[in-house]
Design a protein around this ligand. Structure first.
Ligand code: NAD
Length: 517
């Protein structure tokens, strides 16, 4: 155990979460023997080895998929409110283990402890939502055009749902999918990120215990672990009708093609390139809070992180100076220490991408306003701590058109009205989150109108970062088009069936066709 791990009680958290020195990365909910390769998980906080997890082999996967498929046959017959009751009990355990799980998320992923707790809270919230939903999985009733007929639609569970998740939300994304899929009557197989394998094992431990105590069939919550090759076992398998994949656009394009090739369904939650438009009517103080939190929170590693600030020329200097000044107050360091605002990047590859973005923006003619760089010395031994940077840039720069998953904020000027700002905002391939800061009703409404923001999430007077679980979450264009979490996102985990019942003694045929026997 490293000094930081001891000081912040990581060993106690690992014990409470049932983690061992070597953990099984494959699980159907019961004991499982695997010969898988060992993945070591190092903390970006201090570079220390946290634990080891055995990856999933092809043979393991075969056992997982057959157990999940069998378990589904029984689980689907349980009334949905009873499935909801199991999710409620799972949620009780999440509430009890919120602190150790939040701590592990922070230590293994590098986000602040507060954000780690916030992520577990999102799990709790979506489970609450799912419990209510378990009594509301309703379809419509329509009037039949034929006399003596009744027509309605109902939703049945889909089957085995595959969930592939990214490192930056190592626990919440799993529950956004599974809490809904479970009440819908599906079995779930989760492939978490190979960069955060211990948090995945910790979550599966909780689900496995609660499910077994409540007589849930084996295989309803399964875990597989490893890199893209393990993900591919699931995307290629016809026994998995839906793949919900969260991660980079690069990954999403590969997964979409693979699953479409076998006519499976996908729910894709991919990269963003999110902007805040700041109009002359904006509240500057709130703009600075929203922009700084959005750009440096989770060290710029949220899909909804603010990457571009599009500011009207009349207030450009004022906003620029205020944001630059705020960056001067940021404290970078151990994310478990609540005094720090910014933790580390996930690994050294991410550091490389960050440095490359800073180099490229200058090569393309941008001007660095707040200098970046890698921090060294005491407290920064992992080599993953970087300074949040700001650069003046043009929207058409190649580097600005890309999502750099790091704390680099591009600031740019617009002239004219909100339509001109929207051209810049919408002028990228990604379409996840967007925001406008304005007290002008006309500007706000134009931003939200059909000719306004083309993103899945569009906010007025709050930043781009984060979302509530009650709304459907996701984005357009290169963000993949998927929606998960609240609203009617549950429908993707079910299949719709239209039923027509004839309660007469006749069989009238459509289009007036007569077929007398
Ligand atoms: P990544 O694409 O490298 O990996 C994500 C997951 O996909 C991992 O589990 C990985 O093993 C798996 N994977 C990769 N290639 C695969 C393949 N060919 N087949 C099957 N599985 C495969 O992403 P990352 O670096 O972990 O996460 C950062 C990215 O995720 C960013 O682009 C971010 O914007 C995005 N993200 C999006 C959302 C959203 O809701 N839109 C949420 C979180 C993260």
């Amino acid at each position: 155990m490293s000094q930081i791990a001891k000081e912040f009680g990581i060993d106690k958290a690992l014990k409470e979460l049932g983690l061992k020195d070597i953990n099984n990365g494959t699980s159907t909910g019961k004991d499982f023997f695997s010969n898988g390769e060992i993945i070591e998980s190092y903390s970006p906080v201090d570079g220390a080895l946290i634990g080891k997890v055995k990856a999933t082999t092809k043979e393991d996967f075969e056992k997982v998929i057959s157990t999940a498929s069998e378990g589904f046959k029984e689980w689907r017959t349980l009334p949905a409110p009873q499935r909801g009751e199991v999710v409620r009990k799972f949620n009780d355990e999440l509430r009890r283990l919120k602190e150790p799980l939040g701590k592990l998320v922070s230590y293994e992923m590098g986000k602040s402890y507060q954000e780690g707790l916030g992520e577990v809270q999102e799990m709790i919230d979506i489970c609450d939502f799912a419990v209510g939903l378990s009594r509301q999985l309703h379809g419509l009733t329509m009037h039949s055009e034929r006399p003596g007929h009744r027509m309605y639609e109902q939703y049945h569970p889909l089957g085995v749902v595959g969930v592939i998740s990214a490192f930056n939300f190592p626990v919440a994304v799993w529950s956004w999918n599974t809490a809904l899929a479970w009440v819908c009557g599906d079995a779930c197989i989760w492939k978490g990120s190979e960069k955060t394998p211990l948090t995945s094992v910790a979550c599966q431990n909780i689900a496995a215990r609660v499910f077994s105590e409540n007589g849930v069939p084996e295989g309803i919550s399964c875990l597989i672990t490893g890199d893209h090759t393990v993900g591919e076992m699931m995307t290629k398998d016809e026994r998995v009708p839906l793949i919900s994949a969260t991660g980079s656009t690069r990954m999403g394009k590969i997964v979409a093609k693979e699953v479409a090739g076998r006519l499976g369904k996908t729910l894709l939650e991919l990269g963003g390139n999110n902007a805040i438009i700041v109009t002359p009517d904006a509240n500057i103080k709130n703009t600075v809070i929203g922009a700084v939190f959005g750009a440096v929170g989770t060290c710029g590693q949220r899909c909804t992180s603010t990457r571009r600030l599009i500011v009207h020329e009349d207030i450009y200097d004022k906003v620029k100076d205020a944001v630059v000044k705020a960056y001067g107050q940021l404290r970078i360091g151990n994310p478990l220490d609540e005094n720090n605002h910014v933790g580390p990047l996930i690994d050294k590859d991410s550091v490389k991408n960050y440095l490359n973005a800073l180099k490229k923006v200058e090569e393309e003619g941008g001007k660095v306003l707040v200098e970046g760089g890698v921090l060294e010395g005491e407290g920064y031994e992992s080599g993953c701590y970087v300074k949040p940077a700001i650069a003046e840039a043009e929207n058409h720069f190649e580097i600005v058109q890309h999502e750099t998953f790091a704390p680099v904020l591009y600031i740019m000027k617009y002239k004219g009205d909100v339509t001109d700002a929207l051209k810049l905002q919408n002028g990228v391939r990604q379409g996840l989150s967007s925001a406008i800061m304005t007290n002008n009703l006309r500007e706000a409404e134009r931003f939200l109108s059909v000719e306004g923001s083309d993103c899945g999430i569009s906010n007025v007077n709050i930043g781009t970062s984060g979302a509530e679980i009650g709304g459907a979450f996701g984005g357009e264009k290169d963000t993949g088009g998927g929606r998960e979490s609240g609203s009617d996102a549950w429908k993707v985990y079910m299949r719709r069936q239209t039923n027509t019942i004839n309660y007469t003694t006749e069989l009238p045929l459509a289009q007036g066709i007569k077929f007398d026997l």
